[in-house]
Design a binder for this molecule. Structure first.
Ligand code: NOJ
Length: 547
């Protein structure tokens, strides 16, 4: 599966912002890469305060990105070459510009319009204190006070993220019905499924109790706001809607993938992929893991065990539009340090970066993750080995993480810089079809990583990803078991997939394998150019050995 951050993939309109027509113009590239499906980040009408994760209308296309006809054309063309199309849907919150929220603002406290959201009276003599002490994900209180129709300060509304993203109240039938309609609306247009945003925050604890203690608690760690058990009823309802759709349309097989950060809690992850809930749920432990044998093994083994026991497989991911790119994470001088396993979705660190080292490790990680049983999502640019752009000027940063933290956190713009397709500086390295200024500036040397430059280089990251995705199909990717082998080698992480042994050496020294392990073994795939001896695994390398 390939994640497309629409805004940054390809710009057919030459306005500096990626669009659906741009995606359509690059289908041949996706085919050649060997992906089965694409996930498109939100392209609904939106004021873009969180780049589309603030949806103003769930039934249309943002004009910057195209229109419904363009989407139809994209879906049809993808389908004609066997690529399925996943959209992104945001059930926890909408944009404050959504018609329902505007209607709620214009309505009286206690009105039906307000009951679709979480409007509450404040505490204190004049209601000037927020209804509880919850914090928002991108900084500040999770409550914002409104001004009522008479001009007086009024109620407060709840937002897990920014004030521009009011949370829906899922106990409201209008909300349930609205999303059922949205799912079916897009399925009817040929969309094959949805990546479902921030599922852990849907559903709040009854009574909205304060968190304990005086220190602010982030939403992810707020037990009244995150992973509230009763909210699983919402997902069982969605699954029933999806199953009913598939039953009524026998040629279709639409599906749902959950986004929930469940750091080192495979039991919580497993609950989302119960047979009557999501078809897939991202496991982020590997993405968050330091480059260290013990934690990498745990990040693979724990979700694998839990999801196998639940009768399903793991959905692996090394990158997405919310975290610093793997090349940069693995290139940090502290990358091996277990204390950097923070559970933070941003994986932020100040430690120095060695891009060459990070690239070597990212190659090894890619070869390793592709050998695991289960599904795999690749984030655009990962296959080019793009590093995080850490030095964007503050003036061009747009991420609410940066803006809300007053610059104290650099945020996520650095993994969203438009893709370099070729060497043409005037078109933002081929990102745009005509001269354009990209919405985020590309670094001077961005074309070093361009598709055009990597095409002709058999040692490039792109060549490695193409080879890896092709050869992955020989491993029967959806079937287990995952058997740990070579456990005598403390420096290695190795597992068997049938007659293939996958060996990762995440240390800085080459490791010589036992003669018995490599007898009659051939290198099927290696992350290190020039690696030809199956008996030796070079530093920061992953190899597939076939016996
Ligand atoms: C998760 C999305 O991946 C992220 O980009 C967004 O900011 C939040 N959810 C809020 O929707």
């Amino acid at each position: 599966m390939y994640q497309i951050y629409v805004r940054s993939f390809a710009d057919a309109g030459a306005d500096g912002v990626g669009d659906l027509a741009g995606v359509r113009s690059r289908i041949a590239y996706l085919q050649r890469l060997g992906v089965d499906a694409v996930w498109l980040t939100p392209f609904y009408p939106s004021p873009q305060r969180d780049h589309g994760y603030d949806v103003a209308d769930y039934f249309d296309v943002e004009p910057q990105y195209g229109d419904l006809a363009e989407l139809d054309a994209l879906v049809a063309e993808c389908r004609s070459v066997g690529i399925r199309v996943l959209m992104d849907i945001v059930p926890n919150h909408c944009s404050s510009e959504h018609a329902w929220f505007q209607e709620a603002l214009a309505s009286a406290p206690g009105s039906a319009s307000r009951s679709r959201f979480w409007f509450r009276d404040g505490r204190g003599a004049d209601g000037e204190v927020p209804p509880n002490n919850w914090s928002a994900e991108f900084g500040g209180s999770a409550w914002t006070r409104v001004t009522e129709a008479d001009g007086a300060p009024g109620q407060w509304y709840l937002h897990t993220f920014t004030p521009w993203q009011p949370d829906f109240d899922w106990s409201n039938d209008d909300v349930v019905e609205h999303f059922d309609r949205a799912l079916r609306f897009w399925f009817d247009r040929g969309v094959d499924g949805f990546r479902v945003d921030a599922v852990q925050f849907v559903g709040k604890a009854p009574g909205l109790p304060d968190t304990e203690g005086d220190a602010p608690v982030s939403p992810a760690r707020n037990p009244h706001l995150s992973f509230v058990a009763s909210s699983h009823a919402v997902w069982r309802h969605w699954r029933a809607t999806v199953d009913a759709y598939n039953e009524a349309h026998p040629a279709r097989d639409v599906f749902l993938v959950a986004e929930a950060y469940t750091p080192r809690r495979p039991d919580i992850l497993a609950a989302y992929v119960a047979p009557d809930e999501f078809h897939q749920a991202f496991s982020f432990d590997l993405l968050l893991s330091p480059w260290n044998v013990a934690t990498l093994r745990d990040a693979i083994d724990a979700p694998h065990r839990a999801l196998t026991a639940a009768g399903t497989t793991v959905t692996w991911v090394l990158n997405n539009h919310d975290v610093q790119r793997a090349v940069t994470r693995y290139g940090r001088l502290v990358a091996h340090d277990v204390s950097s396993w923070t559970g933070s979705p941003l994986g932020y660190s100040d430690s120095e970066v060695d891009v060459a080292l990070g690239t070597r490790r990212a190659r090894a990680a890619a070869v390793m993750v592709a050998a695991l049983p289960g599904s795999l999502y690749v984030y655009q640019g990962e296959e080019l080995g793009l590093p995080e752009v850490l030095d964007l000027p503050d003036t061009v940063r747009t991420d609410p993480v940066f803006l809300r933290a007053g610059g104290a956190e650099i945020g996520r713009d650095g993994c969203r810089v438009p893709i370099p397709w070729d060497d043409d500086a005037t078109t933002a390295c081929g990102f745009a079809t005509a001269p354009a200024t990209p919405w985020l500036p590309q670094p001077e040397n961005w074309s070093t990583w361009s598709v055009a430059r990597q095409e002709g280089d058999s040692d490039s990251m792109l060549a490695l990803y193409r080879a890896t995705l092709r050869r992955r199909t020989e491993l029967a990717p959806h079937e287990g078991p995952l058997e740990w082998v070579l456990t005598d080698h403390a420096q290695l992480l190795a597992f068997a997939r049938g007659d293939v042994t996958v060996v990762l050496n995440p240390t800085s020294d080459a490791v010589t394998l036992d003669a018995s392990a490599t007898e009659a073994a051939d290198i099927m795939l290696t992350s290190s150019p020039g690696h030809v001896d199956p008996r030796v695994v070079p530093a920061d390398t992953c190899v597939w050995l076939r016996s």
